[in-house]
Design a protein. Structure first.
Length: 359
């Protein structure tokens, strides 16, 4: 529409802002409300938002403010839906199936990541409205499938209604009193900051080595490949390795791979970046399943919201910080700085008492 990179950046910021603003209160509200009904409402609204964008594009009267509103609504729906979905998982499968279910959800997410970006480009080539129509229909399918879920997605709610801020504080306090949950979430915060910062680094490195735009786009398919391969072995690893081994190996592998971005080759940055995601499904199978298991159901939404905020909250700052670093310092100092950060994260993962004594 505008040819403005700055406006594209504003759109991305508008999509990410709800994560920073809404995640904690969303956890408390998810614990109050009916989770299934909430997810249905979220995706109904998101389907309508993208439907309105399709209509605007088709009529030739699309406004920048309209695009901002749509992505902001989508971001709000993402926050509430994600927290509700993750808290509902323990009511859909039995306790012994929980790690495998978490692993399969990870495989689903990486498969969507692998297919979503190329599919978006293909659909846009067919017509400007087509990818947004696809989004609207996909949310409608989600609503229909949720309506068919028979399980009750939460326990009984028998408690006095209190102020929202007090309920948020209650969830944060419980979260912070759990050494393993607290430590692993802080480790993920450092890891996710690094991974998202490296996204832009990989693009810059590939461009410096002469990779054409099409190849750069295709390289990010390795993220999906790495995640799917990791998902296939996640359950087996979680049964055969200790929690300490999986936590330490996940962070150590990422720390070891960051310096390999210096290895020459136009495709090398994408391969190395994708390999960083190999053990993340095993991590989720152990760490996320543990968090879901031990949190009281009436607090689970708030516990998940704190973990989500620590994981995704730093993402916008990662993009912002690495952008300035690449422009002012260059790729080598930026990669070395991120490598140093991951070495610290890996060292904490290996030496932390909370991880060493985890069941």
């Amino acid at each position: 529409m505008t040819g403005s990179p700055a406006k594209a950046g504003i759109v991305e910021f508008a999509a990410a802002l709800p994560i920073l603003v809404l995640t904690l209160p969303a956890g408390a509200l998810v614990d109050r409300w009916n989770r299934k009904r909430l997810m249905i409402v979220c995706d109904t609204i998101r389907a309508a938002a993208y439907g309105s964008l399709v209509a605007a594009i088709a009529s030739g009267h699309v406004w920048f403010a309209h695009i901002l509103a749509v992505v902001a609504i989508d971001g709000c729906g993402f926050v509430f839906f994600t927290v509700a979905e993750r808290t509902a998982l323990k009511h859909v499968v039995s306790d012994e199936q929980l790690p495998a279910a978490v692993g399969r959800n990870q495989a689903r997410e990486y498969a969507a990541l692998l297919g979503g970006q190329p599919l978006g480009g293909l659909l846009y080539a067919l017509g400007r409205t087509v990818p947004f129509l696809f989004d609207a229909v996909s949310y409608a399918v989600s609503v229909a499938s949720l309506a068919l879920v028979r399980a009750r997605l939460q326990g009984e709610r028998i408690r006095e209604r209190r102020r929202l801020l007090h309920e948020v504080q209650e969830g944060v306090a419980w979260f912070w009193r759990q050494p393993f949950v607290r430590t692993t979430s802080l480790l993920v915060m450092g890891s996710d900051f690094t991974l998202n910062a490296l996204y832009l680094v990989v693009i810059v490195l590939a461009r410096q080595r002469g990779a054409p735009p099409a190849l750069i786009g295709a390289m990010f398919g390795f993220i999906g490949v790495g995640g799917i391969v990791g998902s296939l072995v996640a359950s087996r690893l979680s049964r055969r390795l200790s929690t300490r081994a999986i936590v330490g190996a996940t962070m150590s592998l990422e720390a070891l791979l960051v310096p390999l971005l210096f290895v020459p080759g136009r495709v090398t940055p994408g391969l190395v970046y994708g390999a960083m995601f190999l053990l993340h499904p095993a991590w989720a199978t152990v760490v996320m399943a543990y968090r879901i298991r031990i949190a009281p159901d009436e607090l689970l939404g708030r516990v998940q919201s704190v973990a989500t905020l620590l994981s995704l909250g730093p993402v916008p700052f990662g993009f912002l910080g690495v952008g300035f670093a690449l422009e002012s310092l260059g790729t080598t100092p930026t990669v070395l700085a991120l490598s140093g950060l991951m070495i610290v994260v890996a060292a904490v993962a290996v030496t932390s008492r909370a991880v060493r004594t985890a069941d």
